[in-house]
Write a protein that binds this ligand. Structure first.
Ligand SMILES: [Mg+2]
Length: 391
């Protein structure tokens, strides 16, 4: 292993929410289970079981489309309290092996176990999570985060994939561009229209060529295609920001749907802030349009916040400030300028801030008791429409 510059493991639970629900509800096992918005509303699929994927159902797909593809599926709302519990148990196991654990989402995290034996450590972690948490996870092992991710993608579900430095370029040669993080189906189509189908093809484009259409992301794409990714594994206590983003299945222009997604993202960011005891003084949004142009906007507030409503109000204000409105393919919400403890200015702002804070605390308690979406900004904003009538 000494030739490996770093030893990185990605641990990624398989169909995580669905796996937790199947662990707790044997009657769901082997069935198409779709977790997210309910049919008849304008939300999206959060997670679905592998059985549902056979019908073409995917994460972030509008629930109405999922229902058309799989009308006989089981549709349930997420129970975030349960998933956060399983997630914490899963990461506690990872942290026994290294303090360098970076949670990138509720069910996915990178470990830096340099200079250890990546494959052996990953296998032990898989077994422990299976026994103690009761869910399957896939592990990817490589010398950088990008290839650990690719190794895991290739090994899913319930697998263990390893890509060493000597195999990287051979492996990347035939890797379809759509498998590169950040390349969605639409970017892939654009690249393919220029004859670029694989990471190998990306390596042979003239320098600067991709920057013209993709900006900085073009440079990053070429680095990744060459197996170069120096991004470090950053544990949460060194976190500088907390962000959530979602790539939409189809470009979306409906503002009500976009508001609902912004609200869900704001809630997830708020939940993670409060879970880690953080407040954020700066709230930002990221919007990628159908033409791949990406804009970010951020606003620094007079005092640090952590309530869903304050985050959403700020994110929505930033979004409304963008013009003109064009079809959107990715939305993100970020909280930065983080602090711990109560750093509000006691006199000036505490009175007006209190109600929001109390609402968030009440919502967290309800979530802990009944599941995440019992009180849901997104649901409050979503408009019941297209009531399912078939089947
Ligand atoms: Mg996963």
């Amino acid at each position: 292993m000494s030739r490996w510059p770093r030893v990185i493991i990605l641990i990624d639970a398989d169909a995580f929410f669905a796996a937790v629900e199947m662990r707790d509800n044997p009657e769901y096992r082997g069935k198409p289970l779709i977790i997210g918005a309910l049919p008849g509303t304008r939300g999206v699929v959060s997670t679905c079981s592998y059985e549902a994927r056979k019908y073409g159902v995917r994460s972030a797909m509008p629930i109405s489309q999922a229902y058309r593809l799989c009308p006989h599926g089981i549709y349930i709302r997420p129970n975030m309290r349960k998933y956060v519990e399983a997630s914490n148990a899963m990461f506690a196991i990872c942290e026994k092996y290294t303090p360098l654990v970076e949670r990138v989402s509720v069910d996915e995290g990178y470990l830096d176990v340099t200079p250890g034996d990546g494959a052996q450590t990953a296998q032990r972690i898989k077994e422990e999570i299976r026994e103690e948490v009761g869910i399957p996870v896939t592990a990817g092992v490589s010398y950088c985060k990008f290839l650990a991710k690719i190794a895991a993608e290739e090994a899913k579900p319930d697998g263990l994939g390893v890509i060493g430095p000597d195999e990287a370029l051979r492996f990347l040669k035939d890797l379809p561009v759509v498998k590169i993080p950040g390349v969605g189906p639409k970017t892939a189509r654009l690249l393919e229209s220029q004859g670029i189908r694989t990471a190998g093809d990306l390596r042979s484009v003239p320098p600067g060529y991709l920057e013209a259409s993709f900006g900085k992301y073009g440079t990053r794409l070429v680095e990744l295609a060459n197996g170069i990714d120096d991004s470090p594994v950053v544990p949460v206590h060194e976190t500088k920001s907390i962000s959530e983003e979602t790539t939409l299945e189809e470009d979306e222009s409906d503002r009500e749907i976009l508001y609902a997604i912004l609200a869900e993202l704001s809630q997830d960011v708020g939940y993670r802030l409060r879970n880690h005891g953080f407040r954020a003084k700066t709230i930002g949004i990221k919007v990628r349009y159908s033409d791949f142009s990406t804009v970010t906007r951020a606003k620094t507030l007079p005092y640090p916040v952590n309530s869903d409503a304050e985050i959403y109000t700020c994110a929505k204000g930033l979004f409304d400030g963008l013009s003109p409105s064009r079809p959107v393919r990715l939305l993100g919400v970020a909280a930065s300028n983080l602090s711990t403890g109560d750093t509000r200015q006691p006199r000036l702002f505490s009175e007006e801030a209190k109600p929001w804070e109390n609402v968030s605390k009440a919502v967290d308690n309800l979530r802990k008791k009944y599941g995440k979406n019992v009180v849901n900004l997104g649901a409050a904003l979503s408009i019941a429409k297209d009531k399912p009538t078939e089947g």
